[in-house]
Each structure stands twice: as structure tokens, then as C-alpha cells.
Design a protein around this ligand. Structure first.
Ligand SMILES: Nc1nc2c(c(=O)[nH]1)N[C@H]1C(S)=C(S)[C@@H](COP(=O)(O)O)O[C@H]1N2
Ligand SMILES: [Mo]
Length: 173
């Protein structure tokens, strides 16, 4: 699947912010790099039982981009789209405004490579890793949560690590 995803670089990458906002925007990699950067070091975990301890991620707080766009009072959620043309995710607006939710440019102290969703992926630190959409290309502010790719296939929309999916007890492969 990764092999069919187009490569995006300084010249071709754009992140759009639209929906229920006063100021829709389109950002280049240089635009994103010029914004305040936040670095977080957390364990990464997905529902299938694997866990990678202490993984640094760095990027722009999603709340920063939402504030820049001016979210309408009627908004309740944020929907994410990806330039693989298939994957989608969502968060409630409250979740999206958390300080540990990033539009990430770096992982393990390197620019994020193509296989891991580079040049830009979402990083939702307190949730299972399926929330962290790779190859992020669009942020749309909506009224209500729209279930994402895996969630239409049975995963919990509220993906807090340790509090959902009931899969933490599964033996690690
Ligand atoms: N666009 C996109 N994002 C995605 C996925 C995907 O298939 N496509 N898989 C999700 C899942 S289930 C996991 S566990 C992580 C895997 O990220 P990694 O390849 O960097 O380990 O990406 C998440 N984000
Ligand atoms: Mo996953």
C-alpha cells in the first residue's frame, strides 16, 4: 500500500485547513516549520498489541493551526484526510485542541520518511496509533465526528490508550 502513495516534498506538499473556519488556509512545509514546534516523547501503541517505548515526535500543535483558522462556534469535530487518497480520521474538537496532539514533521529526531507518513502526519499521543494519520493533507472542521477508516471497520472512535478497544490484554505476537 505504501508503494502506491505519491511522494511529496518541499515543492509539492500542501496542508489545507478548511470547513467551519473564518480563515481557510493552505500551508507548505516551510510554513509549518516556521511555526512554534513542540517535542513529545511517549510510547507508541496500536490495538494489535505492539508498543514502541519512548518515541520522540515533533511538530506544530494542531490547536495552533485551529486558532490560526478561527474555528466557528458551531464546530464540534475535526476530520483528517490523507494524500494516499484512502485513509481518514476524526477527533472531537476538544480532543483536537489537546496540547499532546501534533501535526508532526519529525519522528525519532529525523524528518518523517515516506514509509512513516512523511513529510507530515498527525500524531495523537494519548490514543492508539491508528489515530495518527500518515501522509496528512487535509484538516476539515466539521459539526460532528465522522468515523475514520478503521472505525468504519470496527475500531472505537474514542481511541484512548488503555480505555478502549479491549485489546490491551492480547498477547504480543
Ligand atoms: N494514511 C494512513 N495513516 C495511517 C495508517 C494507514 O494505513 N494509512 N495506518 C494507521 C495505523 S493502524 C498505524 S498502527 C500507524 C502505523 O504507523 P507507522 O507506519 O509509522 O508505524 O499509522 C496509522 N496511520
Ligand atoms: Mo495499527
Amino acid at each position: 500500500m505504501t508503494s502506491s502513495v505519491p511522494h511529496k516534498d518541499e515543492h509539492t506538499y500542501r496542508l489545507t485547513v478548511d470547513g467551519l473556519v473564518d480563515r481557510p488556509g493552505s500551508y507548505t512545509l516551510a510554513d509549518l516549520r516556521a511555526m512554534p514546534q513542540t517535542r513529545l516523547v511517549r510510547d507508541v501503541q496500536c490495538v494489535t498489541g505492539w508498543r514502541v517505548p519512548g518515541t520522540p515526535f515533533e511538530g506544530v500543535r494542531l490547536s495552533h493551526l485551529l486558532d490560526a483558522a478561527g474555528v466557528h462556534p458551531s464546530a464540534g469535530a475535526v476530520h483528517f484526510t490523507c494524500f494516499d487518497g484512502a485513509y481518514t480520521e476524526s477527533l472531537t474538537l476538544e480532543q483536537a485542541r489537546r496540547a499532546d496532539v501534533l501535526v508532526a514533521l519529525r519522528m525519532q529526531d529525523k524528518d518523517i520518511g515516506h514509509a512513516h507518513g512523511g513529510p507530515v502526519r498527525l500524531y495523537v499521543a494519548p490514543m492508539y496509533f491508528y489515530k495518527s494519520a500518515k501522509w496528512l493533507s487535509g484538516i476539515t472542521v466539521t459539526e460532528e465526528v465522522r468515523p475514520g477508516y478503521w472505525e468504519k471497520r470496527g475500531y472505537d472512535v474514542d481511541a484512548w490508550v488503555g480505555r478502549s478497544n479491549g485489546r490491551d490484554d492480547e498477547p504480543t505476537a
